[in-house]
Design a binder for this molecule. Structure first.
Ligand code: KIV
Length: 274
């Protein structure tokens, strides 16, 4: 007998539910997805949050950084993911250049994402420097997840992807930014590549969930880029990444067998034709 739940029995994850999970000490699972088929698979597996990350710029488009991806491209990925998802909360990243300089433009970008993708929330990188944009977007009723620590949209300022907030000044700024984002009304924050002790400390000081990537186990949930954790991306193995599959190799082997079968005329056989 099938144990698959009917659509009417599925309880959609909400931003409030994530905060309740934190209160109950239940860890939140989050992964990226950028297309319909993968989003359907990870939603069916029971993931709590799907992030349509601007890492699509790297893993989908082959760019070196997240900077080149456009709002139209993020909306395309967001729409494809939302169509597949029944249970998970879907968050779409606002891409570089669409919210930093001008809060009216930030609101217009967020509204486009919400109207055109039907996602549940958006994510932005940065702290006090984008406070005005965050407040304006929140005032329109659009839920926001923050993103602090290593913020890849600022890679040209950092110059490196190494661990952030190791020094006292940067740690102090991060703590202050976390509290600012919580105070203005963000429902959660991604903490990327910061010392585990610092991440645990801010998680214990906040009511909203802190979701870590390279931030240790003392936070309220974890996020990974799906292509990294499944072993689809090649040559990327930071210390924080645990691989749960070697799908890249599986695909290469399957394609090699197909090529062999076509060349040897084994495919298609009599049963595979009309
Ligand atoms: O774009 C992305 O995939 C992200 C995660 C690394 C959190 O922001």
């Amino acid at each position: 007998m099938s144990t698959a739940k009917k659509d009417t029995e599925i309880r959609k994850v909400t931003t409030r539910r994530l905060i309740e999970m934190k209160q109950r000490g239940e860890k939140i699972s989050m992964l990226t997805a950028y297309d319909f088929s993968m989003a359907a698979l990870i939603d069916r597996a029971g993931i709590d949050v799907i992030l349509v990350g601007d890492s699509a710029s790297n893993v989908m488009a082959g760019n070196l950084t997240t900077l080149p991806i456009t709002l139209d491209q993020m909306i395309y990925h967001g729409k494809s993911v939302v169509k597949a998802v029944k249970r998970a909360l879907v968050i779409v990243d606002l891409p570089f250049g669409t919210y930093q300089g001008n809060s009216k433009e930030a609101l217009a970008s967020a509204i486009r994402v919400m109207k055109e993708t039907h996602a549940d929330a958006i994510k932005l990188e940065g702290g006090t420097e984008i406070r005005e944009s965050v407040e304006r977007i929140l005032s329109a009723g659009i839920p926001i997840m923050g993103h602090l620590g290593l913020t890849p949209q600022s890679i040209n300022k950092f110059g490196t992807y190494t661990v952030r907030a190791r020094g006292e000044d940067e740690a102090r700024k991060l703590i202050s930014d976390v509290h600012t984002l919580e105070d203005v009304g963000c429902f959660g924050i991604v903490l990327e590549k910061i010392p585990a002790v610092l991440a645990e400390r801010v998680a214990s000081e906040c009511l909203i969930p802190m979701i870590g990537i390279g931030a240790g186990s003392g936070v309220d949930g974890q996020v990974l880029v799906m292509h990294d954790m499944l072993g689809i991306t090649q040559g990327f193995s930071p210390r924080f990444l645990r691989r749960y599959g070697n799908i890249g190799e599986t695909i290469t082997h399957a394609v090699q067998r197909y090529i062999e079968d076509v060349r040897s005329k084994d495919f298609p056989n009599e049963k595979e034709q009309y």
